[in-house]
Design a protein around this ligand. Sequence first.
Ligand code: SF4
Length: 328
Amino acid sequence: MQQMPATGCMFCQQGAKMVLFITGVCRRTCWYCPLSRVRKGQDRIYANEKEISSPEEAVRIAQRMSALGTGITGGEPLDRMDRVIEFARVLKQAFGEGHHIHLYTALAPGEEELQMLLGLIDEIRMHPPAECWNTIRETEYFRTVRRAREMGFSVGFEIPALPEVGQLEAVLPDLDFLTINELEWGETNANEMRRRGLHPEDSVHNAVSGSREWASGISRHAKVRFCSSQFKDSVQLRKRLIRVARNTARMFDEVTDDGTIVYGIIEGVNEVPSVLRDYGEDMYETRDGVFETAWWIIIEEKARIGGRKSVIERYPDRGIIVEVTPVP
Ligand code: SF4
């Protein structure tokens, strides 16, 4: 059966959604919580992988990836309601009404909170605790689904693929969508995973063995989207990196199929090597006394260039360095 993902999912699949982590603070203590040590419990804000402190920085990062939307996540975003409203408002002002914003929350916002979010948040993705999945239609989450849909929000659940996930079939007729994330092994949940007899699928990926099967029955439903750990890494992240790389690459940066950029550096020389001048001003840049240029210039002209030479591969927009290869 053809799956109809949430609108937020469609932008995410194109790598066109900025991930706005609004706070690491959360009152819940889910045993499977995937947050890293750096983020868990910390009242910090990240746009994609960069820590930021203002909505204007979020706008700049969204511009650099030509974002078509934003996913607000956490921690518990609604524990910082003012911040959610401020960031969403500035993003909508900068990119227009059509900038699609979805909000993850593990709470069930009431009427007053929904009114505050109206016009700023397009899609609400609630994460009810697994303990209430078998009685989901009697919970506050169910009441919020009804209320929020009447108010015009698109409303669904976003939950991990736990053994009990099939219980949510009872609520599918009332949801716009159900997004199921493959359970992921992480540094902060590893002990609890082990205690429950769970283990990673293999030594490369962090998907938990069995998680996909637990969701296989319900995932056949048209409103359900199963988001695998591998898909997040190999498609969503890669596409997002490629968008950023294409927007921020210099004339001499090479953008790889993985969305990283490759360039060459020359260290330990006092002035621009004359050979770089020959290629023109667009083909080099000086940063903190280091000369950066095309990797192939470094290779082809190495006999005419002094100092220490290397080829660098890194995430775009001065992201983390993946590899440094010295050029003898
Ligand atoms: S609600 Fe979300 S952020 Fe909070 S503990 Fe559970 S998984 Fe982690």
